[in-house]
Design a protein around this ligand. Structure first.
Ligand code: SIN
Length: 275
């Protein structure tokens, strides 16, 4: 197992997720940042407790991983489009991220990762689940893996009415991506289809595409690929959208769950041929 000099890392499952202790995300020096980055690449999702960083410090921490992503349609805080508001309360008709997804995968260059800081949480419920798309890919037969590697899929977004009367930041994106992608840092292969955005596998007939997507979208929900996080005020989760999907459970109405989310710009997904 990898060891870290500046942080303590406790894996949540052997497959995905780790709790990181001994760090204040408001003041991360270069060596600690490197440990966090290495742990993130190893565990795909990291969790931190009792973080008091301000919105500016949250933005600054995220910027250390790259330029920031702007969500196409979500409301944002303090006049800063990169600072997405996550809020569900007694008046909400829905919660953000209730279906399995990789954030804004309909973008040509989807965000590589997301850092969510919750300030207010319900006294019970409101957990988030993540699933490892490395594990989902690895669990398939070599024959199916190699067939999937020959395919691309269209991802489409439609946020019409999703965020109430908030005016979208830009046109709703749509893009074609490989069904299996290579992670640019770890070089591992990950399944890259999700139920919120992936609509059609382009090389197949419509019924073939539907059946294969149904199989894959069911497969990625296998609990063996997952971890689950129970939030507290001040908790932070950072996830890698290139190799995970997540869903936020809304089982706490009429209680409030609120915080801020910052995403980091990513590259265009690609599959590196290994043949
Ligand atoms: C999301 O960003 O998709 C929502 C995650 C959450 O609220 O736990």
């Amino acid at each position: 197992m990898q060891s870290y000099t500046h942080i303590e890392v406790q894996p949540v499952t052997p497959t995905i997720g780790a709790l990181v202790r001994g760090v204040d995300l408001a003041t991360v020096d270069d060596e600690t940042w490197q440990d966090i980055f290495d742990a993130w690449m190893s565990h795909s999702v990291l969790f931190f407790r009792d973080q008091t960083m301000s919105p500016e410090q949250h933005l600054a921490f995220a910027r250390r991983f790259g330029p920031l992503h702007v969500h196409p349609a979500a409301p944002y805080a303090n006049g800063i489009p990169e600072l997405m508001i996550i809020r569900t309360d007694r008046h909400s008709k829905r919660n953000n991220g209730s279906g399995w997804h990789s954030d804004v995968s309909a973008d040509e260059e989807p965000p590589l990762g997301t850092i969510l800081h919750l300030h207010e949480v319900p006294s019970r419920g409101g957990d988030t689940l993540w699933s490892s798309m490395y594990a989902a890919y690895d669990a398939l037969s070599p024959r199916l893996q190699s067939f999937l590697e020959s395919l691309t899929a269209r991802h489409t977004s439609n946020y019409d009415g999703y965020y109430g009367d908030h005016t979208p930041q830009r046109a709703f994106p749509s893009a074609v991506h490989p069904v299996v992608r290579t992670h640019p840092v770890t070089k591992r292969k990950a399944l890259f289809v999700n139920s919120s955005f992936t609509r059609r596998i382009l090389e197949l007939t419509a019924p073939e595409s539907r059946s294969l997507l149904d199989f894959l979208l069911d497969h990625v929900q296998n609990p063996a690929f997952q971890c689950r996080f129970k939030w507290a005020p001040g908790s932070v989760a950072m996830w890698d959208n290139r190799c995970t999907q997540h869903m936020a459970i809304w089982d706490y109405h009429p209680m409030t769950r609120a915080g801020l989310r910052v995403s980091i710009k990513g590259d265009r997904p690609y599959l590196q041929s290994t043949g």
